[in-house]
Ligand binder design. Structure first.
Ligand code: SAM
Length: 453
Protein backbone atom coordinates (compact mmCIF):
# COMPACT_ATOMS: atom_id res chain seq x y z
CA UNK A 1 0.00 0.00 0.00
CA UNK A 2 1.25 3.53 -0.76
CA UNK A 3 2.21 5.68 2.18
CA UNK A 4 -0.33 8.49 2.58
CA UNK A 5 0.84 11.68 0.87
CA UNK A 6 1.15 14.47 3.41
CA UNK A 7 -1.00 17.42 2.42
CA UNK A 8 1.13 20.53 2.41
CA UNK A 9 -0.03 23.09 4.93
CA UNK A 10 1.19 26.68 4.83
CA UNK A 11 1.13 29.47 7.40
CA UNK A 12 -2.07 31.49 6.88
CA UNK A 13 -4.03 28.57 5.37
CA UNK A 14 -7.58 28.13 6.60
CA UNK A 15 -8.37 24.49 7.30
CA UNK A 16 -11.48 22.60 8.33
CA UNK A 17 -10.42 20.25 11.12
CA UNK A 18 -12.02 17.80 13.52
CA UNK A 19 -10.31 17.55 16.89
CA UNK A 20 -9.84 14.10 18.40
CA UNK A 21 -7.96 14.72 21.66
CA UNK A 22 -6.24 17.33 23.82
CA UNK A 23 -2.48 17.79 23.97
CA UNK A 24 -0.43 18.80 27.02
CA UNK A 25 -0.88 22.52 27.38
CA UNK A 26 -4.49 22.33 26.21
CA UNK A 27 -4.47 22.60 22.41
CA UNK A 28 -6.83 20.33 20.47
CA UNK A 29 -5.15 17.67 18.32
CA UNK A 30 -6.41 17.21 14.75
CA UNK A 31 -4.88 15.22 11.90
CA UNK A 32 -4.74 15.83 8.16
CA UNK A 33 -3.53 12.74 6.37
CA UNK A 34 -1.46 11.85 9.40
CA UNK A 35 0.02 15.35 9.76
CA UNK A 36 -0.72 16.71 13.25
CA UNK A 37 -2.25 20.16 13.68
CA UNK A 38 -2.48 21.59 17.23
CA UNK A 39 -5.60 23.75 17.31
CA UNK A 40 -6.06 26.46 19.90
CA UNK A 41 -9.59 26.98 21.35
CA UNK A 42 -10.91 23.61 20.25
CA UNK A 43 -11.85 20.50 22.26
CA UNK A 44 -12.40 16.87 21.26
CA UNK A 45 -15.31 16.36 18.87
CA UNK A 46 -15.29 19.98 17.64
CA UNK A 47 -15.16 20.62 13.91
CA UNK A 48 -13.62 24.04 13.39
CA UNK A 49 -12.26 26.34 10.76
CA UNK A 50 -8.75 27.25 11.87
CA UNK A 51 -5.99 29.43 10.50
CA UNK A 52 -2.45 28.02 10.52
CA UNK A 53 -0.19 30.20 12.67
CA UNK A 54 2.98 28.08 12.59
CA UNK A 55 4.16 25.32 10.30
CA UNK A 56 6.92 22.85 11.13
CA UNK A 57 8.02 19.69 9.40
CA UNK A 58 6.32 17.36 11.87
CA UNK A 59 3.31 19.45 12.92
CA UNK A 60 1.50 22.76 12.56
CA UNK A 61 -0.23 25.10 14.99
CA UNK A 62 -3.55 26.75 14.22
CA UNK A 63 -6.05 29.11 15.83
CA UNK A 64 -9.79 28.50 15.67
CA UNK A 65 -11.63 31.20 13.74
CA UNK A 66 -15.06 29.52 13.57
CA UNK A 67 -16.71 26.67 15.42
CA UNK A 68 -18.50 24.74 12.66
CA UNK A 69 -19.85 21.87 14.74
CA UNK A 70 -19.44 21.70 18.53
CA UNK A 71 -18.19 18.48 20.09
CA UNK A 72 -20.62 16.53 22.31
CA UNK A 73 -18.93 17.63 25.56
CA UNK A 74 -18.79 21.36 24.82
CA UNK A 75 -20.71 23.59 27.24
CA UNK A 76 -21.49 27.32 27.13
CA UNK A 77 -18.63 29.44 28.52
CA UNK A 78 -19.51 31.57 31.56
CA UNK A 79 -17.84 34.64 30.02
CA UNK A 80 -15.09 35.25 27.48
CA UNK A 81 -11.76 34.97 29.33
CA UNK A 82 -8.38 34.25 27.72
CA UNK A 83 -7.18 32.82 31.04
CA UNK A 84 -9.98 30.22 31.21
CA UNK A 85 -9.81 28.27 27.93
CA UNK A 86 -11.15 25.02 29.42
CA UNK A 87 -14.37 26.53 30.72
CA UNK A 88 -16.08 25.01 27.66
CA UNK A 89 -15.52 21.57 29.27
CA UNK A 90 -17.53 20.40 32.30
CA UNK A 91 -15.32 20.46 35.40
CA UNK A 92 -15.47 16.66 35.81
CA UNK A 93 -14.04 16.30 32.29
CA UNK A 94 -11.30 18.85 32.98
CA UNK A 95 -10.04 16.90 35.98
CA UNK A 96 -10.42 13.52 34.24
CA UNK A 97 -8.31 14.81 31.33
CA UNK A 98 -5.67 16.17 33.72
CA UNK A 99 -5.38 12.81 35.48
CA UNK A 100 -5.11 11.05 32.10
CA UNK A 101 -2.42 13.47 30.98
CA UNK A 102 -0.33 12.81 34.11
CA UNK A 103 -0.59 9.08 33.49
CA UNK A 104 0.21 9.59 29.82
CA UNK A 105 3.32 11.69 30.58
CA UNK A 106 4.66 9.20 33.12
CA UNK A 107 4.11 6.22 30.83
CA UNK A 108 4.82 7.63 27.37
CA UNK A 109 7.52 10.19 28.17
CA UNK A 110 9.06 8.61 31.28
CA UNK A 111 8.35 4.93 30.47
CA UNK A 112 7.61 4.59 34.17
CA UNK A 113 5.63 1.83 35.82
CA UNK A 114 4.92 0.27 39.21
CA UNK A 115 3.75 3.51 40.86
CA UNK A 116 0.35 4.34 42.25
CA UNK A 117 -1.45 7.20 40.52
CA UNK A 118 -3.73 8.47 43.27
CA UNK A 119 -7.04 10.23 42.55
CA UNK A 120 -6.76 13.89 41.59
CA UNK A 121 -7.62 16.34 44.37
CA UNK A 122 -10.29 18.61 42.83
CA UNK A 123 -10.33 22.35 43.42
CA UNK A 124 -12.41 23.81 46.24
CA UNK A 125 -13.33 26.86 44.16
CA UNK A 126 -13.78 26.51 40.41
CA UNK A 127 -13.83 30.29 39.83
CA UNK A 128 -12.32 33.37 41.50
CA UNK A 129 -9.57 31.26 43.02
CA UNK A 130 -6.48 33.24 42.01
CA UNK A 131 -4.74 35.39 44.61
CA UNK A 132 -2.63 37.14 41.94
CA UNK A 133 -3.54 38.48 38.52
CA UNK A 134 -1.24 40.21 36.08
CA UNK A 135 -3.10 42.54 33.71
CA UNK A 136 -1.84 44.56 30.79
CA UNK A 137 -2.75 48.10 29.80
CA UNK A 138 -3.67 48.74 26.19
CA UNK A 139 -5.52 51.12 23.90
CA UNK A 140 -8.99 50.38 22.50
CA UNK A 141 -9.68 51.08 18.78
CA UNK A 142 -11.45 54.33 19.86
CA UNK A 143 -8.30 55.43 21.72
CA UNK A 144 -9.58 54.74 25.23
CA UNK A 145 -7.20 53.33 27.86
CA UNK A 146 -8.10 49.72 28.70
CA UNK A 147 -6.80 47.08 31.11
CA UNK A 148 -7.10 43.33 30.61
CA UNK A 149 -5.26 40.44 29.04
CA UNK A 150 -3.35 39.80 25.85
CA UNK A 151 -5.64 38.47 23.13
CA UNK A 152 -4.81 34.75 22.73
CA UNK A 153 -1.55 34.39 20.82
CA UNK A 154 -0.98 38.16 20.54
CA UNK A 155 1.94 40.04 22.09
CA UNK A 156 0.43 43.34 21.05
CA UNK A 157 -3.36 43.31 21.26
CA UNK A 158 -4.99 43.74 24.67
CA UNK A 159 -8.59 42.73 25.42
CA UNK A 160 -10.30 44.77 28.11
CA UNK A 161 -11.74 42.92 31.11
CA UNK A 162 -14.52 44.29 33.28
CA UNK A 163 -15.02 41.32 35.61
CA UNK A 164 -12.16 38.82 35.77
CA UNK A 165 -13.79 35.59 36.85
CA UNK A 166 -10.55 34.20 38.21
CA UNK A 167 -10.08 37.15 40.62
CA UNK A 168 -12.04 37.99 43.77
CA UNK A 169 -14.47 40.90 43.81
CA UNK A 170 -11.97 42.95 45.87
CA UNK A 171 -9.22 42.23 43.31
CA UNK A 172 -11.51 43.26 40.47
CA UNK A 173 -12.47 46.47 42.21
CA UNK A 174 -8.79 47.34 42.74
CA UNK A 175 -8.16 46.94 39.00
CA UNK A 176 -11.22 49.00 38.03
CA UNK A 177 -10.26 51.76 40.48
CA UNK A 178 -6.68 51.80 39.14
CA UNK A 179 -7.95 52.12 35.57
CA UNK A 180 -10.38 54.90 36.52
CA UNK A 181 -7.59 56.87 38.16
CA UNK A 182 -5.28 56.43 35.16
CA UNK A 183 -8.05 57.46 32.74
CA UNK A 184 -8.85 60.56 34.82
CA UNK A 185 -5.19 61.57 34.65
CA UNK A 186 -5.17 61.05 30.87
CA UNK A 187 -2.32 58.52 31.12
CA UNK A 188 -1.58 56.50 28.00
CA UNK A 189 -0.77 52.83 27.58
CA UNK A 190 2.66 51.64 26.52
CA UNK A 191 2.68 50.89 22.79
CA UNK A 192 4.37 47.49 22.48
CA UNK A 193 5.12 47.90 18.78
CA UNK A 194 6.51 51.44 18.90
CA UNK A 195 8.00 50.85 22.38
CA UNK A 196 6.75 54.22 23.55
CA UNK A 197 4.15 55.33 26.10
CA UNK A 198 3.70 54.77 29.78
CA UNK A 199 1.41 52.21 31.38
CA UNK A 200 2.42 48.58 30.94
CA UNK A 201 1.01 46.24 33.58
CA UNK A 202 -1.06 46.10 36.71
CA UNK A 203 -0.47 43.30 39.20
CA UNK A 204 -3.08 42.75 41.89
CA UNK A 205 -2.15 40.35 44.68
CA UNK A 206 -4.32 39.43 47.61
CA UNK A 207 -3.95 37.69 50.94
CA UNK A 208 -7.12 35.66 50.62
CA UNK A 209 -7.15 34.81 54.31
CA UNK A 210 -5.85 38.15 55.62
CA UNK A 211 -7.76 40.45 53.25
CA UNK A 212 -4.52 42.34 52.49
CA UNK A 213 -4.19 43.77 48.99
CA UNK A 214 -1.21 44.84 46.94
CA UNK A 215 -1.46 46.82 43.71
CA UNK A 216 1.66 47.12 41.62
CA UNK A 217 1.67 49.44 38.67
CA UNK A 218 4.34 48.77 36.05
CA UNK A 219 5.33 51.60 33.73
CA UNK A 220 8.05 52.28 31.21
CA UNK A 221 11.01 54.35 32.31
CA UNK A 222 9.70 57.65 30.94
CA UNK A 223 10.91 60.28 33.40
CA UNK A 224 8.08 59.79 35.90
CA UNK A 225 8.57 60.61 39.57
CA UNK A 226 6.74 59.13 42.55
CA UNK A 227 4.70 62.34 43.08
CA UNK A 228 3.08 61.72 39.66
CA UNK A 229 1.14 58.99 41.51
CA UNK A 230 -0.19 61.26 44.27
CA UNK A 231 -3.73 60.12 45.02
CA UNK A 232 -3.34 56.72 43.32
CA UNK A 233 -3.03 54.74 46.57
CA UNK A 234 -6.13 56.41 48.07
CA UNK A 235 -8.06 55.74 44.85
CA UNK A 236 -7.25 52.01 44.72
CA UNK A 237 -7.63 51.42 48.47
CA UNK A 238 -4.83 48.85 48.80
CA UNK A 239 -2.62 48.50 51.88
CA UNK A 240 0.45 48.07 49.66
CA UNK A 241 1.01 50.06 46.49
CA UNK A 242 4.20 49.54 44.53
CA UNK A 243 5.42 51.28 41.40
CA UNK A 244 7.83 49.41 39.15
CA UNK A 245 9.72 50.99 36.28
CA UNK A 246 10.42 48.25 33.75
CA UNK A 247 13.83 48.63 32.22
CA UNK A 248 13.46 46.39 29.18
CA UNK A 249 10.85 45.83 26.51
CA UNK A 250 9.83 42.30 27.57
CA UNK A 251 6.38 41.61 28.99
CA UNK A 252 7.61 40.26 32.33
CA UNK A 253 6.58 42.13 35.47
CA UNK A 254 9.51 40.80 37.50
CA UNK A 255 12.66 42.90 37.78
CA UNK A 256 12.82 46.62 37.07
CA UNK A 257 13.17 49.28 39.73
CA UNK A 258 10.48 49.22 42.40
CA UNK A 259 9.40 51.88 44.84
CA UNK A 260 6.76 51.58 47.56
CA UNK A 261 4.22 54.37 47.02
CA UNK A 262 2.05 53.52 49.98
CA UNK A 263 1.99 51.15 52.97
CA UNK A 264 4.10 48.02 53.13
CA UNK A 265 6.33 46.49 50.47
CA UNK A 266 4.86 43.04 51.08
CA UNK A 267 1.51 41.53 51.99
CA UNK A 268 0.76 38.63 54.29
CA UNK A 269 -1.14 35.40 53.80
CA UNK A 270 -2.09 32.53 56.08
CA UNK A 271 -1.53 28.93 55.12
CA UNK A 272 -1.66 25.78 57.20
CA UNK A 273 -1.78 27.76 60.44
CA UNK A 274 1.32 29.79 59.52
CA UNK A 275 1.57 33.41 58.46
CA UNK A 276 3.70 34.31 55.45
CA UNK A 277 5.12 37.57 54.23
CA UNK A 278 5.16 37.79 50.39
CA UNK A 279 7.28 40.42 48.62
CA UNK A 280 6.20 41.78 45.25
CA UNK A 281 8.94 39.87 43.37
CA UNK A 282 8.59 36.58 45.26
CA UNK A 283 6.76 33.54 43.94
CA UNK A 284 3.69 32.42 45.86
CA UNK A 285 1.26 29.69 44.79
CA UNK A 286 -1.63 31.50 43.10
CA UNK A 287 -4.39 29.34 44.60
CA UNK A 288 -4.19 29.72 48.39
CA UNK A 289 -6.83 27.13 49.20
CA UNK A 290 -5.27 24.45 47.01
CA UNK A 291 -1.70 25.35 48.01
CA UNK A 292 -2.69 24.25 51.50
CA UNK A 293 -3.77 20.88 50.11
CA UNK A 294 -0.64 20.61 47.97
CA UNK A 295 1.63 21.21 50.94
CA UNK A 296 -0.42 18.77 53.04
CA UNK A 297 0.23 16.14 50.40
CA UNK A 298 3.94 17.00 50.27
CA UNK A 299 4.04 16.53 54.07
CA UNK A 300 2.25 13.18 53.79
CA UNK A 301 4.72 11.98 51.14
CA UNK A 302 7.69 13.25 53.19
CA UNK A 303 6.56 10.88 55.97
CA UNK A 304 8.60 12.67 58.63
CA UNK A 305 9.21 11.19 62.09
CA UNK A 306 10.78 14.27 63.66
CA UNK A 307 14.54 13.63 63.36
CA UNK A 308 15.15 14.04 59.62
CA UNK A 309 17.26 16.59 57.79
CA UNK A 310 15.02 18.04 55.06
CA UNK A 311 16.07 20.05 52.01
CA UNK A 312 13.51 22.41 50.46
CA UNK A 313 14.95 23.23 47.02
CA UNK A 314 13.35 26.04 44.96
CA UNK A 315 11.82 27.12 48.29
CA UNK A 316 10.44 30.56 47.36
CA UNK A 317 9.36 32.32 50.58
CA UNK A 318 9.84 29.07 52.51
CA UNK A 319 6.26 27.81 52.55
CA UNK A 320 6.97 24.09 52.13
CA UNK A 321 10.02 24.01 54.41
CA UNK A 322 8.26 25.94 57.15
CA UNK A 323 5.20 23.68 56.91
CA UNK A 324 7.46 20.63 57.32
CA UNK A 325 9.77 22.06 60.00
CA UNK A 326 7.66 21.17 63.09
CA UNK A 327 7.81 17.50 61.98
CA UNK A 328 11.52 17.52 61.02
CA UNK A 329 14.87 17.64 62.80
CA UNK A 330 16.11 20.50 60.62
CA UNK A 331 15.21 22.13 57.29
CA UNK A 332 17.55 23.74 54.76
CA UNK A 333 15.98 25.89 52.02
CA UNK A 334 17.53 27.10 48.77
CA UNK A 335 16.10 29.65 46.34
CA UNK A 336 17.53 31.95 43.67
CA UNK A 337 15.47 35.13 44.32
CA UNK A 338 17.07 37.06 47.17
CA UNK A 339 13.90 38.92 48.16
CA UNK A 340 12.12 35.57 48.52
CA UNK A 341 14.88 34.31 50.84
CA UNK A 342 14.61 37.50 52.92
CA UNK A 343 10.87 36.72 53.20
CA UNK A 344 11.62 33.08 54.10
CA UNK A 345 13.95 34.15 56.94
CA UNK A 346 11.38 36.68 58.18
CA UNK A 347 8.67 34.00 57.92
CA UNK A 348 10.66 31.59 60.09
CA UNK A 349 11.07 34.28 62.72
CA UNK A 350 7.45 35.41 62.56
CA UNK A 351 6.24 31.83 63.07
CA UNK A 352 8.85 31.14 65.77
CA UNK A 353 10.35 28.24 63.83
CA UNK A 354 14.04 27.91 64.63
CA UNK A 355 15.14 24.63 63.02
CA UNK A 356 15.29 26.11 59.49
CA UNK A 357 18.07 27.79 57.48
CA UNK A 358 17.43 29.55 54.18
CA UNK A 359 20.03 30.43 51.55
CA UNK A 360 19.93 32.46 48.35
CA UNK A 361 21.57 30.60 45.49
CA UNK A 362 21.16 28.66 42.28
CA UNK A 363 20.34 25.01 43.02
CA UNK A 364 22.57 24.02 40.12
CA UNK A 365 25.64 25.55 41.79
CA UNK A 366 24.81 25.70 45.49
CA UNK A 367 23.39 22.26 46.24
CA UNK A 368 26.78 20.58 46.54
CA UNK A 369 27.92 23.26 48.95
CA UNK A 370 24.78 22.80 51.02
CA UNK A 371 25.52 19.09 51.35
CA UNK A 372 29.11 19.90 52.40
CA UNK A 373 27.86 22.35 55.04
CA UNK A 374 24.85 20.54 56.45
CA UNK A 375 25.39 16.89 55.65
CA UNK A 376 23.28 14.83 53.27
CA UNK A 377 19.50 15.18 53.47
CA UNK A 378 17.17 12.39 54.54
CA UNK A 379 14.26 13.92 52.66
CA UNK A 380 14.67 16.27 49.70
CA UNK A 381 11.78 18.33 48.35
CA UNK A 382 12.00 19.95 44.92
CA UNK A 383 9.45 22.38 43.49
CA UNK A 384 11.06 23.64 40.28
CA UNK A 385 9.61 25.95 37.61
CA UNK A 386 7.83 24.45 34.56
CA UNK A 387 11.12 23.58 32.89
CA UNK A 388 11.78 20.99 35.63
CA UNK A 389 15.24 19.93 36.78
CA UNK A 390 18.21 20.18 34.44
CA UNK A 391 20.33 17.02 34.04
CA UNK A 392 23.01 18.67 36.16
CA UNK A 393 20.58 19.34 39.01
CA UNK A 394 19.33 15.74 38.80
CA UNK A 395 22.96 14.57 39.09
CA UNK A 396 23.48 16.80 42.14
CA UNK A 397 20.29 15.45 43.74
CA UNK A 398 21.49 11.89 43.15
CA UNK A 399 24.88 12.78 44.69
CA UNK A 400 23.09 14.24 47.74
CA UNK A 401 21.58 10.74 48.15
CA UNK A 402 18.36 11.49 50.05
CA UNK A 403 16.31 8.49 51.15
CA UNK A 404 13.11 10.13 49.89
CA UNK A 405 12.45 12.71 47.22
CA UNK A 406 9.19 14.62 47.19
CA UNK A 407 8.81 16.22 43.77
CA UNK A 408 6.20 19.01 43.51
CA UNK A 409 5.66 19.62 39.82
CA UNK A 410 3.70 22.14 37.77
CA UNK A 411 4.45 20.25 34.56
CA UNK A 412 4.06 16.48 34.18
CA UNK A 413 6.01 16.55 30.91
CA UNK A 414 9.16 17.58 32.80
CA UNK A 415 8.37 15.55 35.93
CA UNK A 416 8.26 12.38 33.80
CA UNK A 417 11.81 12.54 32.35
CA UNK A 418 13.22 13.75 35.68
CA UNK A 419 11.55 10.85 37.51
CA UNK A 420 12.89 8.47 34.85
CA UNK A 421 16.45 9.78 35.44
CA UNK A 422 16.04 9.25 39.18
CA UNK A 423 14.65 5.74 38.65
CA UNK A 424 17.64 4.99 36.43
CA UNK A 425 19.84 6.04 39.37
CA UNK A 426 18.19 3.59 41.75
CA UNK A 427 15.08 5.37 43.04
CA UNK A 428 11.60 3.89 42.78
CA UNK A 429 8.64 6.07 41.84
CA UNK A 430 6.04 5.13 44.48
CA UNK A 431 3.11 7.54 44.41
CA UNK A 432 1.88 10.40 42.26
CA UNK A 433 -1.13 12.61 42.96
CA UNK A 434 -2.43 15.48 40.82
CA UNK A 435 -3.93 18.50 42.60
CA UNK A 436 -6.13 20.87 40.62
CA UNK A 437 -4.71 24.30 41.36
CA UNK A 438 -5.93 25.88 38.11
CA UNK A 439 -9.58 25.09 37.20
CA UNK A 440 -10.75 26.22 33.73
CA UNK A 441 -7.18 25.99 32.45
CA UNK A 442 -5.05 23.10 31.14
CA UNK A 443 -2.36 23.60 33.83
CA UNK A 444 -1.57 20.55 35.93
CA UNK A 445 0.12 20.37 39.33
CA UNK A 446 1.11 17.12 40.99
CA UNK A 447 3.20 15.66 43.79
CA UNK A 448 5.37 12.58 43.37
CA UNK A 449 7.21 10.42 45.87
CA UNK A 450 10.44 8.66 44.97
CA UNK A 451 12.32 6.42 47.41
CA UNK A 452 15.71 4.79 47.28
CA UNK A 453 14.86 1.30 46.14
C1 SAM B 1 7.30 26.78 41.45
S1 SAM B 1 8.16 27.95 42.44
C2 SAM B 1 8.08 27.14 44.01
C3 SAM B 1 8.26 28.03 45.22
C4 SAM B 1 7.84 27.44 46.56
N1 SAM B 1 8.26 26.07 46.74
C5 SAM B 1 6.36 27.59 46.79
O1 SAM B 1 5.62 26.60 46.81
O2 SAM B 1 5.91 28.75 46.95
C6 SAM B 1 9.79 27.74 41.89
C7 SAM B 1 10.82 28.61 42.59
O3 SAM B 1 12.12 28.25 42.10
C8 SAM B 1 12.92 29.42 42.04
N2 SAM B 1 14.02 29.09 41.12
C9 SAM B 1 14.00 29.01 39.77
N3 SAM B 1 15.18 28.58 39.29
C10 SAM B 1 15.99 28.37 40.37
C11 SAM B 1 17.33 27.90 40.51
N4 SAM B 1 18.07 27.57 39.45
N5 SAM B 1 17.84 27.80 41.76
C12 SAM B 1 17.08 28.12 42.85
N6 SAM B 1 15.79 28.56 42.75
C13 SAM B 1 15.26 28.68 41.54
C14 SAM B 1 11.95 30.49 41.59
O4 SAM B 1 12.42 31.76 41.92
C15 SAM B 1 10.68 30.10 42.37
O5 SAM B 1 10.63 30.74 43.62
Amino acid sequence: MDAPTKTRVERGDELELTVDSLAFGGAGVARRDGYVVFVRDAIPGDTVRAVVTKRKKAYAEARTVALLEPGPERIEPVAAHPGAPWQVLPYERQVAIKAEQVQDALQRIGHLEGYELEPLVPAVEQWRYRNKLEYSFGTAPDGELICGFHAPGSWEQIEHVEDCLLASEAGNEARRASLRWCRERGLRAYDRRAQTGLLRNLVVREGRRTGELQVRIVTSDEGLVASDFDGFAEAVGAGSVVWTRALDVGETTAGGISEVLHGTEAIEEELGGLRFRISADAFFQTNTEMAERLYGLAAEYAGLQGWERVYDLFCGIGTIGLSLAPRAGEVWGLEIVEEAIADAIANARRNEIDNVRFFAGDVRLALRQMVDTSGRPDVLVVDPPRSGLSSKIVRRVIEAAPTRIVYVSCNPTTLAPNAAQLVEAGYALRRVRPVDMFPQTPHIECVALLERA
